[in-house]
Design a protein around this ligand. Structure first.
Ligand code: CP3
Length: 388
């Protein structure tokens, strides 16, 4: 489906940004940079705005969510905003009893452990589901209006990572109940994954339709899985989740043409049809990179454990990569961080294109000035990497 003519990709506002060009596999005038968890506790302006508001309430307040999204863009000169929200928001919106406990993460009222629990999951009515997403689409619309030519990334949790929270009832180190369930009762597991893919896929699609220029699926905990389990029990649901945005396209070069003009052949001659780029990221997923690409992603996010040249090799040399500065080094002396970032950039050069990011989220105690300096440094040293 083609995006609305007013969408920032369709108007051309964000289509030629560094981020979108790199996600499409070309090297723009400088390597784009953004940080997972760039919005949040590392910023004093975030901490003061959040006083007295619970995390998920902040996500559901379009004005507040939009302001928090914009804070790191204003401060750091990053090449993208990422919507301030959370992977459990669509669960909350369909009625799952979930809260975010500071310092812990998502905690469920009751865990989904058995076939009976799965059968009792809220029945999904697509129309109602899309209606409940109104606070999210409102936050996206406000944000893209402010961002102008800086693209907004929409995101969602992958079915496995969400199912891991649902089955465990909260954060877990090894996700043992979830991994037991997939083998003990494959049908219940498949039903749970189908349900989760639908909920999270619609959340992702709603953000893109409302104005996000790219989509990132976070399978943060997929690294707990063997390749065989990932392929059999998880990949089909991740494919289904990504399918919710995979059909979204826009015509580049069509902007400025008479919108009332209906001769399709004419429009085709002047423009190229492109899809909305999709990024897929996980933690500790070095053994799964190829499969995480194969579920329908354009770009693979790499955590800090696998060097980007090795990740590129595993991906067959054809896939844009995103990553993978070790978040621990943000607190190291600048020359140490600088040397590490240069190494990441050099290794990233082996791939078709590279978006610099961290290997996981910004730690809350990070000095935000380090992030600002890092963005300027990357833009400066990578100007020479641009495609001719
Ligand atoms: O800036 C951004 O990256 C966008 C916002 C964002 C948040 N959560 C806001 C948030 C994104 C992309 C997420 C995704 C998310 N949420 C993931 C996938 C990415 C990852 O980190 O692997 C996961 C696993 C979650 C679940 C979750 N929500 C966790 C583990 C936590 C941290 C709990 C804590 O206090 O340490 C949250 C809460 C959360 N989500 C915060 C933020 C800014 C912290 C809330 C606070 O300010 O207290």
């Amino acid at each position: 489906m083609n995006l609305d003519a007013q969408h920032p990709l369709a108007t051309g506002l964000t289509a030629d940004s560094r981020l979108i060009r790199a996600y499409q596999g070309t090297r723009p005038d400088a390597t784009p940079v953004w940080f997972m968890r760039q919005a949040g506790r590392s910023l004093p302006e975030y901490r003061s705005l959040r006083v007295g508001t619970r995390m998920l309430d902040a996500c559901l307040d379009p004005e507040m969510a939009s302001e928090i999204t914009l804070q790191p863009v204003r401060r750091h000169n990053v090449d993208a905003g990422i919507l301030f929200s959370d992977i459990v928001i669509p669960l909350k919106l369909v009625g799952v009893d979930v809260e975010i406990v500071a310092g812990t993460g998502p905690v469920l009222g009751t865990a989904v452990r058995t076939a009976k629990d799965v059968a009792q999951l809220i029945e999904l009515d697509p129309a109602v589901l899309d209606e409940t997403l109104a606070p999210i689409t409102a936050a996206v619309a406000r944000t893209v209006a402010e961002l102008g030519s800086t693209p907004l990334i929409g995101f969602a949790g992958a079915p496995f990572t969400l199912a891991a929270y649902l089955v465990e009832g909260g954060p877990s180190k090894d996700h043992i109940h979830a991994r037991t369930l997939m083998h003990a009762d494959p049908d219940a597991w498949a039903a749970l994954m189908d349900w989760t893919a639908e909920v999270t896929g619609r959340f992702l699609r709603a953000q893109v339709l409302a104005g996000a220029s790219a989509a990132q699926l976070f399978d943060s905990w997929a690294g707990a899985l063997s390749l065989a389990d990932y392929t059999r029990f998880v990949a089909p649901a991740s494919t289904a989740a990504i399918a919710h945005v995979r059909d979204l396209t826009y015509d580049e070069g069509a902007a400025g043409t008479d919108v009332a003009h209906t001769d399709a052949d004419d429009a085709d001659a002047a423009s190229v049809r492109r899809n909305v780029p999709v990024v897929h990221f996980g933690v500790g997923t070095g053994e799964l990179l190829k499969e995480m690409h194969a579920v329908g992603a354009d770009v693979v996010g790499v955590d800090y454990r696998v060097p980007l040249d090795e990740a590129n090799r595993r991906l067959g040399g054809l896939v844009p990569v995103q990553g993978n500065v070790d978040p621990a080094l943000l607190a190291a002396p600048w020359p140490v961080l600088e040397a590490h970032v240069l190494d990441v950039l050099e290794r990233g050069r082996t791939a078709p294109s590279h978006v610099l990011n961290l290997g996981h989220g910004v730690p809350p105690m990070t000095d935000p000035n380090v992030l600002t300096r890092l963005v300027a440094f990357v833009h400066e040293v990578t100007a020479v990497f641009a495609d001719a």
